[in-house]
Ligand binder design. Structure first.
Ligand code: GDP
Length: 298
């Protein structure tokens, strides 16, 4: 996914190689190339500016002027700054101290929430947890069924309104699911909520109501990495409308240019916690900033 960014950066570093000392002009040219590479990868402009300013400042410092191999030192700086911008350490799930942990998913329709809910359930099951999936997307006619099919694929039960009662109240379903989980000793409840194709006040209100009713330990904003610059706008709308603790990037297997991964943490201040990269239920893992930086600089 980061092929273009990676190619451009390696060309940039190639130009530096063999230089014993870096002149101000070398640093400027390198910063310019990095800026173009990031913009081409759909990274948001304020993030690009901040990133290149940090690189320039460090490139002028002692660690580069004293380095035996300045080009290599610049690559290291870019790597450090990429890790920083991607959030540093992997942020892991916080589990409730008592009773079931509640994880609520929010995001636009098509972001990959329902798929992700099942992937997360499988991942949790593999960690020894006993998850319960909850179908609160009662807007999209097929969403409950889709979650049931996915739940079956990963062997995790789905709590849903009775068939024929598809117009039920998602807040009531969410509340009832927590009681069910406490009764049947499920330890993680994953609440899938409704999305719309675009940001919509009614959808936000519904997500906000569910949030208030179930008081989740984690609200995860699920976003399709393929939507590029729009990912940031959508993230900001959800941050204001519902609020969230972490981000899940989906469709990282597509030919997205990676900008969303670089921008979201910087702009929302919330960490990317998970990466979802494919149609298979196992195409899912924690998001590792250092590995992602490594892939970009590969
Ligand atoms: P929701 O509307 O947010 O619940 O989104 P869905 O889970 O229904 O996903 C929308 C579409 O994206 C479906 O066709 C999924 O199969 C597909 N999808 C979801 N996650 C991924 C992913 O990580 N990679 C790819 N390639 N497709 C995905």
């Amino acid at each position: 996914m980061f092929a273009t960014l990676s190619d451009r950066l390696s060309d940039t570093f190639k130009n530096l190689r063999g230089k014993g000392r870096l002149s101000e002009a070398d640093i400027d040219a390198t910063a310019r190339e990095i800026r173009i590479a990031l913009l081409e990868a759909d990274v948001a402009l304020p993030v690009v500016k901040e990133f290149t300013a940090a690189i320039k400042e460090r490139a002028r410092g002692e660690e580069v002027s004293q380095a035996l191999n300045p080009a290599q030192q610049i690559v290291k700086i870019v790597n450090d700054e990429l890790i920083e911008i991607l959030g540093g350490e992997t942020r892991r799930l916080r589990y409730a101290k008592t009773g079931p942990t509640v994880i609520m998913l929010a995001g636009l329709q098509g972001a990959g929430k329902t798929t992700l809910a099942a992937k997360l359930a499988l991942w949790l099951k593999e960690q020894g947890k006993s998850p319960l999936l909850v179908a609160c997307d009662l807007q999209r006619p097929n969403a409950v069924n889709q979650l049931q099919v996915n739940g079956e694929r990963v062997g995790v039960p789905v709590f849903a309104p009775e068939p024929g009662n598809g117009t039920g109240n998602p807040v009531a379903v969410a509340q009832a699911s927590i009681e069910e989980a406490a009764r049947k000793l499920y330890d993680v409840v994953i609440v899938d909520t409704a999305g719309r194709l675009g940001v919509d006040a009614e959808m936000m209100q519904q997500a906000k109501d569910i949030r208030a009713a179930v008081n989740p330990d984690e609200v995860l904003f699920v976003v399709d990495a393929m939507i590029g610059q729009d990912a940031v706008t959508t993230a900001l709308a959800f941050q204001e409308g519902v609020g969230f603790d972490g981000v899940v990037l989906t469709k990282l297997d597509g030919d997205a240019r990676g900008g969303a991964a670089l921008s979201i943490r910087s702009i929302t201040g919330k960490p990317v916690m998970f990466a979802s990269a494919g149609e298979k239920m196992t195409d899912f893992d924690l998001f590792h900033p250092d590995r992602m930086a490594g892939r970009i600089l590969d």
